[in-house]
Design a protein around this ligand. Sequence first.
Ligand code: MLC
Ligand code: AMP
Length: 505
Amino acid sequence: MANPLYDTLFGRHAGKSTPFLILPDGTEITHSAFLAMAARIANQLAALGLKPGDRLAAQIAKSPEALALYAACAQTGVVFLPLNTAYTANEVTYFIENSGAALVVCDGGAVEGLAPVAKGLGAQLATLNADGSGSLMDGAAGQGDTYSTADRTKDDLAALLYTSGTTGRSKGAMLSQENLLSNAEVLVDEWRFTDADVLLHCLPIFHTHGLFVATNVTLVAGGAMIFLPKFDVDAVLHHLPRATSMMGVPTFYTRLLDDPRFDKNATQHMRLFTSGSAPLLAETHDRFSARTGHAILERYGMTETNMNTSNPYAGERRAGTVGFALPGVELKICDPATGQEVPQGEVGQLEVRGANVFQGYWQMPEKTAEELREDGFFITGDLGLIDSQGYVQIVGRGKDLIISGGYNIYPKEIELVLDEQPGVLESAVIGVPHPDFGETVVGVLVAAPGQTPDEEAIMAAAGDALARFKHPRRLIVVDELPRNTMGKVQKNILRERYGDLFTGA
Ligand code: MLC
Ligand code: AMP
């Protein structure tokens, strides 16, 4: 039976006693032990009645078992739907409902909030805790170490990853086996990953970067990962000597540069540091080179497209750019109004096409049609240009989006919550520069006539509705919002006005 995703990422490692996961305490999990764990989970999923094409929503801490659940989904043909652990029960409810998940896997601590939701929506519930305990693994413990891999084609769905939108409603990006595999294989070649690589993995595994870029690349190459539960400067410095490579968001690198122990000595054996998910300031790139002698390799991607561009491994890794379109990816810079390509060197909206580009938004054909052209080009919403030597530069965003520490935050989602609060007439949410997170969230409020909004109560309400990373770090009450002649709020004016709130520039 064929299953391209499982066979290429996992099956090829059958019988190998080489280390795959190296845990913080030094314990190693070999490739074959990992596959056996995945097969036990696969048997358990089948025992619960899951079938190929069913969706499995997982809001679980990063652990070897959590990664094995991803492998088990590939082996059973179940569509994996990973969720940010910071999401509130409110947010998760939408994802379960929209995806029609057959099984929800969550931390034991979340059962009270999610059990009634799952029951109401006809989904089963299993638990998987950070230490690998819980009902999922209890069930898997009694299962066999092998599983007859489900037959799948490269066009079958592998994963559903939700991204928010400018209307505030999240959309499930459908990623096929081919979307994931083609990109992982290209990146292995471009970044020269081999089975000798040991990747220091400190990204979360519920997003494209940590799951599909870092993990899939390591799996295709047959290397190992030092698998840390989260990014932490001390832990990174402790484990770095054993690593060959690391992938991160810009915040990882600014935090490391803030620590004097991070220097040439600490990094001399490393062969590669990559950055993405948010813009890496040229200044950070330059400081990093001066301190360590390594040029960070910056690349650009999205949930819907996996990776689109990368700076070269061998050539110049140019600060402030995201390099060239990857092999197999076509990239155009277009006029957002007409969709026509703009002259070379001019700013326009990036559009991309290739085997990496997703299949559309889950059960949202109109949204899909708005962003995915009939000829296969995806409209990214990012603004950029191609310089005279072919390097792509991202210069801004056409979409109203804030990226904080590598997490995407759509202002509309927060504005909808703020607008509902007593004493608030209307709101505008903007992103302003932040020294640690790159950008952070500021809520600008207009009071309802004769009322004074209660900022504490508003923040408490935001806490129930929205994940912590989306919360405004500052609320500002103004008399009115600046608007253009069409009545549209001029967020650029607000961003200018409040741009130095956190940087003091
Ligand atoms: C945590 N907090 C954040 C935050 N992360 N707030 C804003 N933005 C974030 N990114 C909250 C915490 O809940 C905490 O709340 C407070 O901020 C400070 O926490 P911290 O201890 O400083 O944060 P930490 O846990 O260290 O997390 C920061 C981080 C993490 C940068 C390490 O956010 C992270 O791993 N980011 C990576 C995101 C990522 O993988 N993105 C890839 C998306 S895929 P309190 O209550 O204490 O105030 C993609 C495609 C592509 O974009 O191209 O890759
Ligand atoms: P997500 O929807 O979480 O996948 O985030 C994708 C968005 O992150 C892109 O559309 C870009 O706006 C941004 N992004 C990713 N990588 C980079 C980068 N290297 N430089 C600038 N922006 C980036």
